[in-house]
Design a protein around this ligand. Structure first.
Ligand SMILES: *Cc1c(COP(=O)(O)O)cnc(C)c1O
Length: 457
């Protein structure tokens, strides 16, 4: 028997006993053993290095093995790794919450520290429902959202994910029926194919405008809140839409007494070129969900922020308290990692890093639009997308990318990257080159081989 500390990867055990995201236990797709990470490089168990184009699903924005985050976590680990948060508080939670209140817009003053992104979404939805109980509008029990969204895998989060993306039909009545608006169509005016950013960002397509107005006018009495990923819909299709959509949304929320929840779990902390994507539209949400890059990808943590008014409404509700409190709430080790990560963000290197990543991706990916199998190429901030006409074979392409020395994980018909902010120009060129070569090598429609057609992206 190999001991549990045996450095070799026991692939057979992995296949037989361990679930991976969105996979089958009886027909698992191949997994790749990774033994370490440094900067933008992951070292595989066979000694090869690959450049990470995913930031480990949006999270690892400062790269792996960052000395400042590691040192902060090591010190905290010795001091206090965990303590319950009921009736107890600690400096790591306070430092982190101060940083979040300072970084976000003035309206957001209250912080709930949750375990993961999906839970931050659950918390936001519960807050919205309790708020209207406290404002004597108990009929407001539905959540409104747009199609093509992704907000997590727990049940309430699933209820606001794209309704055509699989999980709704799969779980039937267990998934609450919510109110869906067509996905935003007005594009963000920034792609290799569009030159006039200004125009596209100030005007809303009539179809979008009509759909929004119709939804609010029809459903506002039942709707507590609308939840949306600002500017970029991630796992639901890597779609970028116009800030004008958010401006209109904010206005309708005010007019119709609907809370605005922005899910910035993927977009937060600079990824779209603004610290928070809502800044593209100059609006303030009533509630904000953060996660993924919050700890720089070092450990799981998420946050739900809300306004004074939302907090007051919850206190006026029959319960008088907010009904949520996980065991590992505000885990000190995770809070410390997050504070260290936010200190790096606050050093303000990211605007230049994201701007040059964006410029380089536009220059290097644009030619892919000419490929026969390519439907669209788009870039926003630190996100670069080649959209194919047909669904690609994730498992096969994953292998093709590893052979090229990069870690890129396509899903559905999307080959996309969101690299760590610290990536060098050479490393980024290797990523874009691999994307183009793999996209060009796909000649015929591929058969989709796993169930990952809506996933973390
Ligand atoms: C990843 C993601 C979530 C879910 O976060 P988990 O930490 O995976 O639970 C929710 N919303 C958005 C926009 C995400 O990208």
């Amino acid at each position: 028997m190999p001991s549990v500390t045996d450095p070799a990867i026991d692939y057979a055990f992995d296949r037989q006993h361990i679930w991976h995201p969105y996979t089958s236990m009886t027909q698992p797709i191949a997994t790749q053993g990774v033994v370490s990470g440094q900067g933008c490089q992951l070292t595989l168990d066979d000694g090869r290095n690959v450049i990470d184009g995913t930031s480990s699903w949006w999270a690892c924005v400062h790269g792996y093995g960052h000395p400042e985050i590691i040192t902060a976590m090591q010190q905290q680990l010795h001091q206090l790794s965990h303590v319950m948060f009921g009736g107890i508080t600690h400096k790591p939670a306070i430092d982190l919450s101060k940083a979040l209140v300072n970084m976000t817009c003035p309206a957001l003053t209250k912080v709930f520290l949750a375990d993961s992104g999906s839970i931050a979404v659950e918390v936001a939805l519960k807050m919205a429902l309790q708020y209207w109980q406290g404002r004597n509008k108990p009929a407001k029990q539905k959540i409104m959202t747009v199609k093509r969204g992704y907000h997590g895998d727990t049940f309430a989060a699933m209820s606001v994910c794209d309704p055509d993306g699989g999980m709704h039909t799969m779980f039937g009545d267990n998934v609450t029926k919510q109110v869906f608006i067509p996905a935003p169509q007005t594009p963000f005016g920034f792609s290799p194919l569009q030159t006039s950013a200004e125009d596209a960002n100030n005007t809303l397509d009539k179809a979008d405008l009509d759909a929004l107005i119709h939804a609010f006018a029809t459903h506002h009495q039942q709707v507590a809140a609308i939840i949306i990923e600002p500017i970029m819909q991630g796992a639901g299709g890597m779609r970028f839409y116009s800030p004008a959509y958010l401006t209109k949304l904010r206005q309708l929320c005010d007019d119709y007494d609907v809370l605005l929840i922005l899910d910035e779990i993927a977009t937060g902390f600079g990824r779209t070129g603004k610290l928070f994507a809502y800044e593209h539209a100059n609006i303030q949400p009533d509630l904000l969900c953060l996660g993924k890059a919050l700890t720089g990808g070092y450990i799981s943590l998420a946050a739900t922020m809300c306004s004074d008014e939302v907090a007051k409404g919850i206190s006026d509700s029959p319960a008088g308290v907010f009904m949520h409190g996980p065991t590992f709430m505000a885990n000190p080790l995770a809070c410390t990692a997050a504070t260290a990560s936010l200190q790096l963000i606050n050093q303000q290197l990211w605007p230049t890093q994201i701007a040059s990543i964006e410029t380089q991706m536009i220059a290097e990916l644009a030619e892919a639009i000419a490929f026969e199998q390519v439907k669209d190429v788009r870039v926003l901030g630190g996100v670069g997308v080649i959209e194919m006409h047909h669904t690609v074979n994730t498992a096969e392409l994953q292998q093709a990318f590893i052979a090229q020395g990069v870690w890129i994980r396509p899903f559905s018909n999307l080959i996309y990257i969101m690299p760590p902010y610290i990536i060098s120009t050479d490393e980024l060129t290797q990523l874009t080159t691999a994307m183009k070569q793999v996209a060009a090598s796909i000649t015929a429609p591929q058969i989709h081989s796993d169930a990952e057609f809506i996933s973390h992206g």
